[in-house]
Design a protein around this ligand. Sequence first.
Ligand code: HEM
Length: 238
Amino acid sequence: MIDSEKSDKDFGYNSISSDNDSDESSDKTDKKSTAGTLTPDELTAQGILFFIAGYDTTSAALTHTIYYLSQHPECQQKLYEELKTCDEFTYEKLVHLKYLNAVINETLRLAPSLTRIQRECVQDYKLGNTGITIPKGASIEIYPYAIHRDPEYWPNPNDFIPDRFLEPTHHPYAFIPFGGGPRLCIGQRFALNEMRMCLAKLINKYQFDLSNKTKLDYFTGSLLMSPKELLVDIKARN
Ligand code: HEM
């Protein structure tokens, strides 16, 4: 869906933490890595990033999916019916379940785990015919949350309507839960597989309903849309 073949230069910007500047923020005493190697600081940073980027994002997305499905029992039923048509839950089979994928996409549209993507402009860049020039050095903040709810691209933008992803016609950059360009989320495929498997197993066995304790509160002060907890009623299906 996203043209990740395009280079950042096509858009006039580079990722903030590009290879060239990655050493600037690290301890001056830390040895610079040479091509093909990582310093201990870089290894630690990558390890921490994988925990934050790889765990919290997916758990937030799964929490939101259960929340929306509890709010919309008709969508949950439709998903359950689709799952019943699948003889075994394998990655290969789940990837073809259209409604399951639509539910996940619609969840990531309404609640993109990462609300903000950052870039730094590396050269003056004219923004089409808008008359706006982004100056070199400017920090660029891209808000998937706002783009995903723009009524210009999404009719009834605040409503949970998985069907809109069955035959999607949206502009590719109107849906960017995993970012875009060369720094697109490296874990996108893994995360989607993980979510498909987890949801298939959960919805196949259990029914989730809103309870009078259901309330979505978020941890604040982070880039992540990270729910504190989700209390819902759970019934085992027969
Ligand atoms: C639903 C789950 C996930 C969402 C919504 C998500 C979203 C994102 C977004 C928006 C970015 C920034 C992309 C950009 O700057 O253009 C990103 C980067 C990244 N993600 Fe994910 N992510 C998810 C799961 C994962 C998983 C499972 C992993 C690892 C196993 C992962 C690893 C990373 C890493 C390492 C980066 C930095 C890539 C770079 O700067 O080159 N993410 N993710």
